[in-house]
Design a protein around this ligand. Structure first.
Ligand code: KIV
Ligand code: ZN
Length: 512
């Protein structure tokens, strides 16, 4: 019997963006959206248009660019949010509005300060407003996990009557466990009148590490849409991770009567892209996309795999995109080859001028590093999309001295708003000395929450990609920098974070 379709709804650019410091620019979102389209993801939640003018523009740009996936905008259940989302998705070939309101006693009473009747009324109105823009309207009952079942059934019955076409049941706080969540979905589908007229969806958070397990339980009990993110990015402990959901459904196709349309060979490239853009590294032992996911360390395992791969492998690394790094370009590659590789990677630069700058940096890198891989190109562009010309702080030059028995020293020439300054500092190591020199110039008073270094590709000539997470006045930003010189990459990452703090690009969190 033919399998039913399981809709994959990606919310990396909305819920994923709610991870501290993971805010994405319009260009970042376009690059991720193109990768998701290439992966044949069904629905892309591109953002929350009412959150900020920037996010409105991002959702609109994604709606204009993407043709093969449905583009969705999130809206609280109020008229202004919905009209904003409606405008943002208007250019989409296929557009969806996702509206939500909380239905649990604690949220209604303590957060919304609304009675259940008022919530019900608002939910109905919201769906009707959304239907003025599109026939594809999703309704979510926020904190469904802690909502009263009878009330939830009533709300869902009424929003279906009002025109909702997808009903999403979120475990907003990651509180459920698989058997309970599966049962919840089954009972809602059984009890809500006209449940067969809509797609049932689930949206699980990972506070107890059960987001994927709960999502799969929902699928086994009738859900036909899973909301998930690349690398499990998302609010607090994150959302269900797309790569795990997709690979579980496929690998255990003996247990599921549905299948996704995702092109799994795009999973690893998508994971790397999202990690590079957000600065959230992927833990090495992460399922499917972690660097060790297909590594066999013990002799017994290695022996088994060499004799017969399936002894210890349930999936094939190359199927999910773990090809050996593909050599793309080198020192002798010309501008056209570079441009066409950017196109193939779905990267479009805003202007000829931006292209000239990125190409010049590519040549500089090719001088230092013999082989340039796709990952290097992504890093080059990540460095550039924010247009460094507009940066408040810039690194002009640096030197450092480190010797056994001596205190490491760093000397940096920096520019702040066009004024050059030289700062010198010592520290417990060259990176510490570099950060102290930057701080003595910027005097930001920020707290360093995270410093991480990853090699973008293999080999000692690989570029190091550094992430720096800073907190200032409760605001958290991630800065990234890539260079074959780790100290330069670190300085760039710190300055990138300071520039973000300086630009003050905040967004409204829809769940607050
Ligand atoms: O977790 C949640 O409840 C959400 C909703 C907006 C769907 O993200
Ligand atoms: Zn969520």
């Amino acid at each position: 019997m033919a399998k039913q379709k399981l809709i994959i709804f990606d919310t990396t650019m909305r819920d994923g963006e709610q991870s501290p410091g993971a805010a994405m620019s319009r260009d970042d979102k376009l690059r991720i959206a193109r990768q998701l389209e290439r992966m044949r993801v069904d629905v892309i939640e591109a953002g929350f248009p009412a959150a900020s003018p920037g996010d409105f523009e991002s959702v609109k740009a994604v709606a204009e660019a993407i043709k093969e996936s449905t583009i969705c905008g999130l809206a609280r259940a109020n008229e202004a949010d919905i009209r904003r989302a409606g405008e943002a998705i208007r250019p989409a070939k296929s557009g969806r509005i996702h509206t939500f309101i909380a239905t649990s006693p604690i949220h209604m009473e303590m957060k919304l300060r609304m009675s259940p009747e008022q919530v019900l009324e608002q939910a109905i109105k919201a769906v009707k407003w959304a239907r003025e823009y599109t026939d594809d309207v999703e309704f979510s009952a926020e904190d469904a996990v802690r909502s009263d079942s009878d009330f939830l059934c009533r709300v869902f019955e009424e929003v279906i009557k009002a025109g909702a076409t997808t009903i999403n049941v979120p475990d907003t706080v990651g509180y459920s466990i698989p058997s309970v969540w599966g049962e919840r979905i089954r009972s809602l589908i059984e009890r809500v009148p006209n449940s067969d007229k809509v797609i049932w969806s689930t949206h699980c958070h990972n506070d107890l590490g059960l987001a994927v397990a709960n999502s799969l339980a929902a699928v086994l009990n009738g859900a036909r849409q899973v909301e998930c993110t690349i690398n499990g990015l998302g609010e607090r402990a994150g959302n269900a991770s797309m790569e795990e959901v997709v690979m579980a459904i496929r690998t255990r196709s003996d247990l599921f009567d549905c299948e996704t349309g995702v092109d799994i060979s795009q999973i690893v490239p998508a994971s790397k892209l999202v990690s590079q853009i957000t600065g959230y590294p992927v833990q090495p032992n992460k399922a499917v996309v972690g660097a060790n996911a297909f590594a066999h360390e013990s002799g017994i395992h290695q022996d088994g795999v060499l004799k017969h791969r399936e002894t210890y492998e349930i999936m094939r690394a190359e199927d999910v995109g773990w090809t050996t790094n593909r050599l793309t370009l080198g020192k002798l590659s010309g501008r056209n080859a570079f441009k066409s590789r950017l196109n193939e990677l779905g990267i479009s630069l805003a202007s000829e001028d931006a292209m000239n700058k990125v190409f010049a940096r590519f040549k500089e890198l090719a001088d230092k590093k013999r082989e340039i891989f796709d990952e290097d190109i992504h890093a080059l562009v990540s460095d550039d999309v924010t247009d460094p010309e507009d940066d408040y702080y810039k690194l002009i030059a640096f030197s450092f001295h480190s010797e056994t028995g001596e205190t490491p020293q760093a000397k940096l020439t920096l520019s702040a708003d066009g004024h050059e300054v030289i700062e010198q500092s010592s520290g417990s190591g060259p990176v510490d000395a570099t950060f102290k020199a930057i701080e003595s110039m910027a005097k930001s008073g920020s707290e360093l929450l995270l410093y991480s270094v990853n090699a973008i590709t293999t080999g000692t000539d690989a570029q190091g990609e550094v992430t720096v997470r800073l907190m200032h006045d409760g605001r958290i930003v991630n800065g990234q920098g890539a260079d074959t010189d780790i100290i330069a990459a670190s300085a760039k990452a710190y300055l990138n974070a300071l520039n973000k703090l300086h630009a003050g690009k905040e967004k409204l969190n829809p769940q607050l």
